[in-house]
Design a protein around this ligand. Sequence first.
Ligand code: AHR
Length: 509
Amino acid sequence: MNAHATVLLHPDFRTGTIDRRLFGSFVEHLGRAVYTGIYEPDHASADEHGFRRDVADLTRQLGVTMVRYPGGNFVSNYVWEDGVGPVEQRKPFIDLAWRTVEPNVIGTDEFLQWAEREGIEPMMAVNLGTRGVAAAAALVEYCNGVAGSRWADLRIAHGRVEPYGVRLWCLGNEMDGPWQIGHKDAHEYGRLAAEAGKAMKLVDPSIELVVCGSSGMQMETFGEWEQTVLSYTYDLVDHISMHAYYEELDGDRASFLGSATGMDRFIRRVVASVDAVGARKRSDKTVTISFDEWNIWYLKSRFPGETNLPLQHAPARIIEDVYSALDAVVLGDLMVTLLNHADRVPLACLAQLVNVIAPIMTEPGGAAWTQPTYHPFATTARLARGDVLDVRVSGPTLSTAEHGDVPGVTAAVTWAGERESGELGVFLVNRTDAPVDVELRHPGVALTLGGGVQVTADHEPAVHGPEHAAKVAVEHVTTLDAAPVVTTAPGTTTVRLAPESWTGLSGSA
Ligand code: AHR
C-alpha cells in the first residue's frame, strides 16, 4: 500500500492574495545574460532592436512578470550614465564584480524599452557600492522625470520623451557581502540607504523601495543586519530583500529535497526581524519581502572578488549551470513555499532569466532551449491565480541531515474567485522516494481537478550536462491531460504522486 497524505482546503481560509510580481526574474550584466542572451543583433531571430525573439518568446511562455536589472553584484560598480546616449560614444569598462569588460552597448534605455515591449515590469537597482545619493536620485529622474529638469531632459535628448515610470527600485545589492564592491557594515549601509531612498522618493514619491537584507541565512550578521538596516529605513522602504541559492551537496539528496523547508524558515526569521523593528517603532506599517534572488546554483567557481581570475570580455560563459529533474522538483517546491507566504512575499525573482543559472539557455547564433526548471516555474505562473488558501498538510516525514525531519509532502492551493465557485491551482510535491496517495479534503466544495504538468526525479542520477538536460525534458517532464486521480468521494479527491515529484494541476469548484 502506498504512503498516504492529506491536504485539507477550504475557500473560507485564505493566506493572502498573489501579487503577480511574485513571478519575477533577473537579468544581470553577467556572463551571457545580456549579450547573446536577451540581446544578439546578428541572430536570425533578432528584432529590429537587436533582441532575440526566440528568447523573448520563451520568456513570455515562462510567465515572467517582472525583471530585475542591471545587477546583482554588477550594479555595485556600475556607472549608469556610461550606458546611455549614442551607442558609438559609449566606452567599455571593467566590471570588477565579474572581472569582465562590459561594452556598454545595452544600458538603461535599451533594457527598459525591451521590458516595455515584452510587457514586463522592470525592477531597477542603484549602485550604493561605489556611488551614492546623487547618482541614485539622478537615475530615478532619468527614468521617471518629466521634461524641464536635467536628467529627464537628457533622456528626452536620447530619444525617449515619455517617462518610463519605473516603480520598483533596489537600494543596492547584497551590501552585507564582503565580496561586494563597496561592501559596508549595517550602520554605514543603513544610513546611506536612508539618504539615497529619501532623495529618490523626493524625485518620484510614487516609487517602491527595496532595502538590502542579508545575502543569505548563512551570513554571520543575518538577523542583526536586517534589524540595524531597518532601524534607519523602516519608515521609508516598502520591502526588504532576501536572497537564497540551494544545491545538492555531497550527494545528500534528502537535504536538497528539503530545501524549501529551509526557505520557509528563512522567510519566517526575516519576517520576525522585520516585525520586531516595526513593534519597537510602534509602527502600523508592514514591510514586506522582496525575494529578489532565489534559485538552485552549483557552479560557484567564479565568485566575485577573486582577483586571480583572468579578465574576460562580455559575453563570457560564466556560471551556466545545467539542471536535472531533481533540481526542477526542488525549484517547484521552492515556489510552493513562496506561494504559501503570499501575505508577506509580494515580490520574487528567479535568478536569473537566461544563460546564467537560468531556465532559458541559448547558443550564440544558434538555438534557445529550456531547462527542466523552466517547467514548474511556467506552470505555477500560469495556474496560480487569486488567493492562496491556508491549507493543512499531514503525511510522511523525510529525515534530513541539514533540516532535521521535514514534511515528505508539501502543497499550495490557489483560488481565484468567490467562495461559491473558483478556478484552482493545486501544487503538490512528494519529497519521498516512494509513491504517495494524497487525499485532498474539500468539505462542502465540489472540486474537479483538470490537467497540468508533472516533473518526476524518481531516482534520476544527479547529472548536470546539456545532453542529460535534453533527455530530462522528454523523460521526466510530462504534460498531464487529466489529474492522476485514484479515487473520489463526496468532499475528497485522492491523487497519486510519483516518488520525488512536483505536480501542478488546474481545478475548478
Ligand atoms: O545571481 C548571481 C549573483 O548572486 C548576483 O550577482 C549576486 O547578487 C548574488 O551573489
